[in-house]
Write a protein that binds this ligand. Structure first.
Ligand SMILES: NC(=O)c1ccc[n+]([C@@H]2O[C@H](COP(=O)([O-])OP(=O)(O)OC[C@H]3O[C@@H](n4cnc5c(N)ncnc54)[C@H](O)[C@@H]3O)[C@@H](O)[C@H]2O)c1
Length: 425
C-alpha cells in the first residue's frame, strides 16, 4: 500500500525525521535473506538504503563473503549467525531477526563487536489470540471430530456434549501480551474471564485476577495457557493439575511445548476428566515441514492438533517486517537501541543543531574520563551525553555543539577501550 507521499502508507506514519547523515544513506547496504516480508523492503527503499534480497538462507561460506560489506543484515529463523561469521562483518552495524526468536544468532558475540540485534516478539499477538478464541468454540462444539467424520464419509449429527460458550468461564494462565488479548476477545463472546499471572497485571475490561493456579483450574470451563518457557512453567500442567481441572472442561496450549505433560493430558481426556484439548506446540517439533510427526494425542477424541501456527498469518508477517525494519532504520539514523535484545537500551531524542557521535566501548573503569578529556582538549561543548552499560559493554551517545565531530571521532577510535565509533550527523 502506497501513501500520498509515495512512501508505503504504514511507514509514512512512523518515520523518524533526522538531520542528514554524515554517511550517505545510499551507501548503507542492507542484505535481507530468507524472503523477508515486502513491508520491510518498502521501508528500506523509502529510506534510500541500498538493498539486496535473497529468497533463502546462505551457506556459511556465502555468508562470510557477503557480510564483508554489509551494514544491516536481516534474517529469519533458519540463517545461523555465529561468532565465526561475525568476525568477517567489519562494517556490520545491526542485525534484524524478522521473527520472534533470536536463538539463531550468537548474541554475546554480536554484543562484543558492538552490533545490536533486533526482533519482533509481539507482532503476532493478535493472530495467536484469534486462533485461541476459534479453538474455544471448536472444542465446545467438537468441530474437529465432526469435520474429520464427514471427510471420512460418516454422518454423525449430535448435540450431546456440545455447548455454547456464552456464559462459560475462560481461565487464562499468563496474562501478558497474548493472554490479555484473549481475555478481551472472550468477553465479547459473553464469557466470564479469570486469569492467573505470577506478576501483577492490570485487568482488561471485566477480566478478574485470581490468586492461584489451583483456583483458576477448578473454576474454569476452559483453560488457556500463555506463559513463557521457564523452569517454573515446565510441566506446569501435569497429572495433578489435570485432576484439579473442573470435570468436563477443556485445555488449550498455544504457548510452549514443555508447559504441558502430553501423556497425562491424553489420559485425562480418555478418562473423561478433560473434555477436549487444542494443542499448537509440542515438547519437540520438526525443524522443517515433513511427514511422520508423532504425539501422544493423535487419535484421542475432541483433540485439535496444529503445527505451531498460532502466530502464522499474513498480517503477523507484515507486522514483523514493519517492526524490525523500523527498529533498524531508527538505530542506523538516530542510534536508538530500544528493543535490542543484546544491547544496552538508549532512545534519546534528536537535539536540533547538534552533532551526534556513538561510541561502543568495553565496560571498564575510566572510559568516560578519557572521553571527556578528548572533548575538553578539543574545546567542544557537550549538549547531551548518555552512557548506558551492560556487564560487557558501554554505549555512549553524545550530542556536541560544534562540528568537530570528525576530530572527536578519530580520537575516540584511538582509545584502546573503543569497540565501534560512528558519527551520525
Ligand atoms: N503458538 C504460537 O505460534 C506462538 C506465537 C507467539 C507466542 N507464543 C508463546 O506464547 C507465550 C506467551 O507469549 P506473550 O507474548 O503473551 O508473552 P508475555 O511475556 O507477554 O506474557 C507471558 C506472561 O506469563 C506470565 N508468567 C510467567 N510465568 C508464569 C507462571 N509460572 N504462572 C503464571 N504466569 C506466568 C508473565 O508474568 C507474563 O505476564 C510464550 O510462551 C510465547 O513463546 C506462541
Amino acid at each position: 500500500m502506497v501513501g500520498p507521499s509515495g512512501r508505503p502508507a504504514t511507514y509514512a506514519a512512523c518515520t523518524v525525521k533526522v538531520p542528514a547523515t554524515s554517511f550517505p544513506k545510499d551507501m548503507i547496504k542492507v542484505l535481507l535473506l530468507e524472503s523477508i516480508n515486502q513491508t520491510a523492503i518498502d521501508i528500506f527503499k523509502a529510506e534510500g538504503f541500498q538493498l539486496e534480497t535473497a529468497p533463502g538462507a546462505l551457506t556459511p561460506e556465502e555468508l562470510d563473503a557477503r557480510l564483508k560489506d554489509v551494514h544491516v543484515l536481516g534474517i529469519r529463523s533458519k540463517m545461523q549467525l555465529k561468532a565465526g561469521a561475525l568476525q568477517h562483518a567489519n562494517k556490520l552495524l545491526a542485525v534484524g531477526c524478522f521473527c520472534i526468536g533470536t536463538n539463531q544468532v550468537d548474541l554475546e558475540a554480536a554484543n562484543s563487536i558492538g552490533v545490536p540485534v533486533f526482533n519482533a516478539p509481539f507482532s503476532n499477538t493478535r493472530s495467536v489470540a484469534e486462533m485461541v478464541i476459534c479453538e474455544v468454540i471448536a472444542l465446545a462444539r467438537q468441530l474437529g471430530d465432526r469435520s474429520a467424520e464427514v471427510h471420512r464419509g460418516t454422518w454423525k449429527k449430535v448435540s450431546k456434549g456440545c455447548y455454547e460458550v456464552r456464559g462459560k468461564t475462560l481461565g487464562i494462565v499468563g496474562y501478558g501480551h497474548i493472554g490479555s488479548q484473549v481475555g478481551v476477545l472472550a468477553e465479547m463472546l459473553g464469557m466470564t474471564v479469570k486469569y492467573f499471572d505470577t506478576a501483577s497485571r492490570m485487568p482488561m475490561g471485566n477480566n478478574m485476577p485470581l490468586g492461584s493456579l489451583k483456583e483458576l483450574l477448578s473454576g474454569s470451563d476452559f483453560v488457556t495457557l500463555h506463559v513463557p518457557a521457564s523452569k517454573e512453567t515446565t510441566n506446569m500442567i501435569s497429572r495433578w493439575e489435570l485432576m484439579h481441572m473442573r470435570k468436563g472442561s477443556y485445555l488449550i496450549n498455544a504457548s510452549r511445548g514443555q508447559v504441558v505433560d502430553l501423556a497425562s493430558l491424553a489420559e485425562a481426556i480418555r478418562s473423561g476428566r478433560v473434555a477436549g484439548t487444542a494443542v499448537d506446540v509440542y515438547p519437540t517439533e520438526p525443524e522443517t515441514n515433513s511427514d511422520g510427526f508423532l504425539t501422544e494425542l493423535q487419535g484421542v477424541p475432541n483433540v485439535i492438533l496444529t503445527p505451531h501456527i498460532g502466530g502464522s498469518t499474513e498480517e503477523a508477517q507484515a507486522a514483523i517486517g514493519r517492526e524490525v525494519a523500523l527498529a533498524l532504520v531508527k538505530y542506523v539514523t538516530t542510534g536508538s537501541t530500544a528493543g535490542a535484545v543484546n544491547f544496552p537500551q538508549m532512545d534519546f531524542p534528536i537535539l536540533p543543531g547538534s552533532h551526534r557521535i556513538l561510541n561502543v566501548h568495553q565496560n571498564v573503569p575510566g572510559v568516560l574520563k578519557n572521553v571527556n578529556n578528548i572533548i575538553a582538549d578539543l574545546n567542544v561543548n557537550i549538549k547531551a551525553q548518555v552512557n548506558v552499560t551492560d556487564s560487557n559493554i558501554g554505549y555512549l551517545v553524545m550530542d556536541l555543539e560544534k562540528d568537530l565531530s570528525h576530530e572527536v571521532e578519530a580520537a575516540l577510535k584511538d582509545l584502546p577501550t573503543s569497540i565501534k565509533t560512528r558519527i551520525l550527523y
